[in-house]
Design a protein around this ligand. Structure first.
Ligand code: SF4
Length: 356
């Protein structure tokens, strides 16, 4: 088949995505106590050559998010990756632990007009944050974000927009009440609160706020009050409900309009099914705790971007079947119930309430 016919065929049926998430590194300079990253078999950076294989498919999305199970700033090619995406007119963002944001890095990110810089928090006091996000230091992170504000002001830059990504735990929930003031001080535009939906260790089960059913009314009322405070300050406050549902519904991770490319180019629907979560090179899975029982993670790849076209991967029968289960429009109209994909049977993302 001639190349142009192949190109046209690939365009037909190409996905329309809200974002493509790309894991640019599985290395990390921290050791957060809830994160599976220290247990990963291979810690590596995505090769720039592999990243470039994505260029023909950037037209399928407006946003490229450079994030996986690792610290993106440890990949020295991240600046070239951002440059490539911006040259194609895409919005680009990533989430960082904030420790590597020195003057040179900030200047490069600002000059590249990086759109979103999200910084992970697990508390608003150094004692709480540093206990959970081991290897990071909230005092240093705040210093770095002050520098970001100064450099942005000097350059008259409106980008990157700073987002604060707050991981809600039972033991840090009370500190969330300070997050609006912290965001205001740092010039952040958005606060995003998430649940700990992948629980790697049974000692952490009680930290997931959705397992504290007796306190859910309290959690919801605090979140609603913070949302009101944030609105007054012109800040976006997005949060995942801490309410646990009785049975599985559709995935709350937008998997019908996004995909994840892992560090070696494998395409999966979400980070929880990423082949990066394999413990050995023979793909033995990591265990996590789901409803008090150890349960394997299910690495899942529908194809590799280094070998196949994204449209073709997206349109494979098995990927289609997988999305079909989670597609609210399809499942509402069919009579026969779809079987729950094995990987989703033990995932909190399908039974914890949705975002607000
Ligand atoms: S419900 Fe399934 S698709 Fe959704 S996040 Fe969980 S494992 Fe991934």
């Amino acid at each position: 088949m001639s190349r142009w016919i192949t190109k046209i065929l690939d365009k037909i049926g190409s996905p329309e995505l809200d974002w493509i998430q790309v894991e640019v590194s599985t290395r990390c300079n921290a050791a957060c106590i809830y994160c599976p990253q220290p247990l990963l078999y291979k810690k590596q950076n995505m090769r720039f050559g592999l990243f470039k294989q994505l260029i023909p498919y950037l037209g399928y999305t407006n946003l490229v998010y450079l994030q996986g199970w690792g610290e993106p700033l440890l990949n020295p090619d991240i600046f070239d990756m951002i440059r490539v995406c911006k040259a194609k007119g895409k919005r680009v963002g990533f989430t960082t632990n904030g420790m590597l944001l020195n003057k040179e890095t900030i200047c490069r990110l600002v000059d590249l007009e990086t759109d979103i810089l999200s910084v992970s928090l697990a508390g608003t006091s150094p004692a709480t944050h540093n206990r959970i996000r081991r290897g990071t230091d909230l005092v240093k992170i705040i210093e770095n974000l002050d520098l970001l504000q100064q450099i942005s002001a000097q350059k008259g830059a409106l980008r990157p927009a700073l987002h604060l990504a707050y991981l809600m735990w039972a033991s840090n929930f009370h500190e969330l009440q300070e997050v609006v003031q912290l965001a205001k001080k740092l010039g952040a535009k958005q606060i995003v609160c998430s649940n700990m939906t992948l629980i790697m260790n049974e000692t952490l089960c009680s930290e997931a706020i959705f397992t504290r059913q007796e306190k859910q009314q309290y959690f919801v009322s605090v979140l609603e009050a913070i949302a009101k405070e944030a609105q007054k300050e012109n800040l976006i406050f997005a949060y995942k409900s801490p309410v646990l549902l009785d049975k599985s519904v559709q995935c709350s991770e937008n998997i019908c309009y996004s995909c994840v490319v892992n560090v070696t180019g494998e395409i999966s629907p979400c980070v929880f099914t990423s082949p990066s979560l394999a413990q050995t090179d023979c793909q033995k899975s990591l265990l996590h705790i789901f409803q008090n029982h150890p349960s394997p993670c299910y690495p899942l790849s529908f194809g590799n971007i280094g070998k196949e076209n994204l449209s073709r991967i997206w349109n494979k029968k098995e990927y289609h079947r997988f999305r079909r289960f989670h597609d609210p429009d399809i499942t509402k109209t069919v009579i026969d119930p779809q079987p729950v994909p094995e990987s989703c049977m033990s995932c909190y993302s399908s039974i914890v309430g949705t975002s607000f």
